[in-house]
Design a protein around this ligand. Structure first.
Ligand code: NAD
Length: 297
């Protein structure tokens, strides 16, 4: 029985980390500019705390200046906007990231739009979204998760996806939509599917590249996958499973890995696939921002 190639995001992210670390050191010695990343977290969501810790740790290990602002859950909109304004004006900071989701009383859209586009390393500012949608991915901050997915896809299929059908399941602003823009820019023929799509398995089965960004554990079955397809599983779902009579919590993707691995040509594992690449793309965007800041001085 054949088995798909594993697209090892952890190993690839480690390779990229070495390059980014060396590039950051070179930038510092040539210009005195050390890439600076500020991560803002509001409230105590445990998953968000883990993500923020990972981002801070990775930034430090790449030799970046890294700051974390941890704000109480009841922080007001005005206080948060004031902090962002001070980070916008801080010449030692090149990337600002506000960890989402924010507590319900805060206006997420107003907050993400208050970050200046030059420091919007998450790629959520309308100016950066517009540039990506208009086909200027090389000249903007691309959202980190889709950017990481594209690197993994390029390893399997190259950077020109002419003639290939791609299907994305999920139409979020963070993953699905920017993923569609990037695949289109790489010349794939793109279908975006979502909760109102009819015959999802049928559309998925025609895809040479299938990206699942749904948030539903193991939803995409092996028989939804075209034999030889490249499958990118963005989903991160925590589920409880029975291990030797004991309930254990584990992470799983949106793709049923056991059945998909027998049909696909290549597939990302969860964990260890898209997740580590997302963090590394954040470092890459911050380095780019620092380089641009150095060139403007
Ligand atoms: P979201 O909830 O914003 O969007 C989910 C999308 O899935 C929606 O567009 C919805 O239409 C679609 N959907 C939901 N149910 C469906 C169904 N039954 N059939 C077809 N489509 C359906 O989620 P998101 O922010 O895009 O994240 C998606 C998943 O990816 C989550 O599991 C999230 O945790 C994970 N994620 C992982 C990373 C990473 O770094 N690996 C980054 C971001 C998100």
């Amino acid at each position: 029985m054949t088995s798909a190639v594993l697209m090892d995001g952890k190993a690839k992210a480690a390779q990229l980390a070495a390059v980014i670390t060396a590039d950051a050191a070179a930038l510092y010695s040539s210009s005195g500019v050390r890439p600076g990343l500020a991560v803002v977290i509001v409230g105590e969501d445990p998953a968000s705390q883990v993500y923020v810790r990972n981002k801070k740790r990775t930034a430090e290990s790449c030799g970046f200046h890294s700051v974390q602002h941890t704000l109480a859950a009841e922080t007001s909109q005005q206080e948060l906007l004031r902090l962002i304004e001070s980070l916008n004006n801080d010449t030692g900071i090149h990337g600002i990231l506000v960890q989402l989701p924010l507590p319900k009383h805060l206006d997420e859209l107003a907050v993400t739009q208050s970050i200046v586009p030059e420091k919007d390393v998450d790629g959520f500012h309308f100016q950066n979204i517009g540039k990506l949608a208009a086909g200027h991915a090389a000249d903007t901050f691309v959202p980190c998760t889709p950017a990481g997915c594209m690197r993994l896809i390029a390893d399997q299929l190259g950077s020109d996806l002419s003639g290939l059908n791609a299907a994305i399941i999920g139409r979020s602003n963070i993953v699905g939509k920017p993923m569609a823009s990037l695949l289109l820019q790489a010349n794939a023929t793109v279908t975006i599917c979502h909760s109102r799509t009819r015959d999802l398995p049928g559309i998925a089965r025609r895809a040479d590249i299938l990206v699942a960004a749904i948030g539903r554990p193991n939803m995409v079955q092996g028989d939804w996958i075209k034999p030889g397809a490249v499958v990118v599983d963005v989903g991160i779902n925590r589920i409880d499973v029975d291990v030797d009579g004991e309930r254990k919590s584990m992470l799983t993707g949106d793709v049923d890995f056991a059945s998909a691995v027998r049909v696909a040509k290549a597939i990302t594992p969860v964990p260890g696939g898209v997740g580590p690449m997302t963090i590394m793309m954040l470092m890459s965007n911050t380095l780019t921002s620092a380089r641009l800041a150095a060139s403007r001085r």
